[in-house]
Design a protein around this ligand. Structure first.
Ligand SMILES: Nc1nc2c(ncn2[C@@H]2O[C@H](COP(=O)(O)OP(=O)(O)OP(=O)(O)O)[C@@H](O)[C@H]2O)c(=O)[nH]1
Ligand SMILES: [Mg+2]
Length: 320
């Protein structure tokens, strides 16, 4: 790793840890309280399970984690740090297979990625950040303002296009998003773009006609390329905690989500929900948002995340 890369890596880790501090502090304090007697008994395991559920990790994962702790062998008296180590290892093992960055496939001309999610989760911001990463990687990227619902949304995407230095395709406010994405895909193909990122309007996952509109968008794209959209990325706001689970269910059935981006992990006390999402759906986690700036989108790293959540150093749990 070059010096500048390692500096970036370091500052990014600090940022993730400070973002997860609200989650990790309540978990850490809770674990310290439960194991203050140095005993790993039934009562302590039950209390741990309740604590993990309260920290948004979900009942299934909480049960798995306390079961694995019951089987763990401790050399001496159990300490709260040793407990956090066992939990971090197991969480990292669950998350690791899901940490999959999106890469553009050269076989698609263009590779089409549809971004979906409920209102305000960070779709437009994530597209801007991701477009910049792709442009910096030498790709020819176009972003499409298919949130024609609000005029401000089109301007907002245009600003992100300027920052990321990529082309923006937009229509008029109120225009039919299906027609816009159809034209955009043809244009991107003809002009040799290799990535097309489509922004969609935020929609409540429990409003059927809005969800059906997404299915229509996907079908329009597949008329030009049967495999398009090649990725459907659901953007979730970590601060909404357990509600993200019902969002995933609804978007999965409406449009067939292929992967997740989890945003706002910089200030959420609900980072544990990433573990619940992983355990319940097993969907790839492409990236996480850790701030509002253009460089605040990061690949999801399982070990870093697990250690951040348990407030540990990676070296300390032998993950490196
Ligand atoms: N702290 C923090 N704020 C974020 C992050 N991602 C997005 N935001 C903020 O969340 C707010 C909503 O972001 P948008 O990108 O407009 O969300 P959206 O999903 O496109 O919203 P709609 O189009 O209205 O559904 C903005 O103020 C963003 O700056 C993140 O990772 N961390
Ligand atoms: Mg938006």
């Amino acid at each position: 790793m070059s010096d500048s890369a390692s500096i970036n890596h370091g500052s990014w880790l600090v940022r993730l840890k400070s973002g997860l501090r609200k989650s990790s502090t309540s978990l850490g304090d809770g674990i310290a309280g439960i194991f203050s007697r140095g005993q790993l008994d039934k009562e302590a395991l039950e209390q741990l399970e309740d604590l993990l559920i309260a920290a948004d990790l979900g009942p299934a994962m909480a049960a798995d984690l306390s079961a694995s702790l019951a089987h763990a062998r401790f050399d001496r008296d159990i300490t709260s740090k040793a407990v956090r180590r066992v939990l971090a290892k197991q969480i990292a093992n669950t998350l690791r297979p899901l940490s999959t960055p999106i890469t553009l496939s050269p076989s698609y001309q263009p590779h089409v990625i549809l971004f979906v999610g409920v209102n305000g989760t960070g779709k437009t911001t994530t597209i801007g950040k991701f477009a910049k990463q792709l442009v910096m990687g030498g790709n020819k990227i176009c972003i499409v303002a298919a949130d024609t619902f609000r005029a401000a949304a089109i301007e907002q995407l245009q600003q992100w296009g300027d920052r990321a230095q990529c082309e923006v395709i937009a229509g008029d406010a109120g225009a039919d998003p299906s027609g816009l994405v159809y034209d955009a895909m043809k244009r991107a193909h003809n002009k040799g773009f290799n990535g097309l990122l489509i922004d969609t309007a935020g929609r409540l996952h429990n409003v059927p006609n809005l969800m059906a509109e997404l299915g229509k968008l996907a079908r329009v794209l597949s008329k030009i390329d049967a495999d398009a959209p090649h990725d459907v990325v659901l953007v979730l706001d970590a601060t909404t905690g357990q509600n993200t689970l019902s969002q995933v269910e609804a978007f999965l059935s409406a449009v067939g989500v292929t992967g997740l981006v989890v945003t706002k992990l910089d200030g959420s006390a609900r980072g544990g929900v990433v573990v619940a999402l992983a355990e319940r759906f097993g969907l790839p986690i492409h990236a996480i948002g850790v701030g509002e700036g253009i460089n605040d989108l990061r690949s999801f790293e399982a070990n870093e995340f697990a250690c951040g959540l348990m407030n540990l150093d990676e070296e300390g749990i032998g993950l490196r």
